[in-house]
Write a protein that binds this ligand. Sequence first.
Ligand code: FES
Ligand code: FES
Length: 201
Amino acid sequence: MPGGFGGAPAIGRRRFMVMSTAAVGLPVPVSGSAPRSLRGLAPAESSTTSTIGLTVNGEQRSAVVDNRTSLLDLLREHLGLPGTKKGCDQGACGACTVLVDGRRVNSCLTFAVMHDGARVTTIEGLAHGGRLHPLQQAFIDHDGLQCGYCTPGQIVSGVACIAEGHTASREEIREWMSGNLCRCGAYTNIVTAIEQTAKEA
Ligand code: FES
Ligand code: FES
C-alpha cells in the first residue's frame, strides 16, 4: 500500500512508535499496556484525582484535587485562601511560602496530595483574636513593604526564621531569609522588622 515518505515503503503507526521508542532506550509497551516503569505516570491508566484532608490555619479542610495540583493552587483556588501569593510559580521567589508542620515550604513546588494529613499555616492564620501577629505589626511599624506582593511570604518565612532561632545578627537574618525576594527592595526594613520581633519574643 502506498503512503511512505519519498517513495519508501510505508510502516504502520504502531511499528513506527515501537522503533522510535526503542531508539531512545525507553521500554517498549507491549500489547497496548504501559510498561511497569511508567505506570502511575500515564494519565489514561491511573486515577487522576485524590481526596485529601489537611488542617489549615487550625481548621480541618478537605478537597478533591487533580493529583498535579500544587499546594499553592489548593490553597488559593480550592480553599479560598488567596493571601499566599503566586510569583514565579517555579520555586525562585518565595512569595508562596507557607508553613507545613512548622517548616517553611515553597507551596508552588510541592503537590497538594503529598501533604494529606499535614498542618498548614498561611498568612491568614497568623493573626489571633483580632490581633495581628507581632511580626505583621512590625512590618507595618517598620515599613517592611512597598507594593506588598512579596509580603505574605516574607512574613510567614520571617515567623519561621524567628522560631528557628536564626536571628542572632542582621547578616544571619538576611542569610536565612534569602529565599524570599522583594522586587521593591524593602530588604532593610524587612530585616529590621524581623530583628525587632525576635528581640521582643
Ligand atoms: Fe513559589 Fe515563587 S511562587 S517560589
Ligand atoms: Fe513589593 Fe516586596 S514589597 S515585592
